[in-house]
Design a protein around this ligand. Structure first.
Ligand SMILES: [Zn+2]
Length: 61
């Protein structure tokens, strides 16, 4: 058994992803992609990041 963390997406893919609202890179956290600029969270479905503003989870405040 490997103790390596399984990532839902590859590092290569993560590098090219950007928040569609802010055009800044996002970071991976809890299987979601977080934009630190606007706070939106984008989910990953079957390894495919859903980078849609309408589908994103908005920050609480
Ligand atoms: Zn953003």
């Amino acid at each position: 058994m490997s103790n390596e963390q399984t990532s839902p997406i590859s590092e290569e893919l993560l590098k090219i992803l950007a928040c569609p609202a802010c055009k800044v890179s996002v970071r991976l956290e809890d299987n979601k992609l977080i934009c630190d600029e606007c706070g939106r969270r984008y989910r990953i479905e079957d390894g495919i990041p859903v980078m849609l503003i309408d589908e994103a989870e908005q920050p609480e405040s």
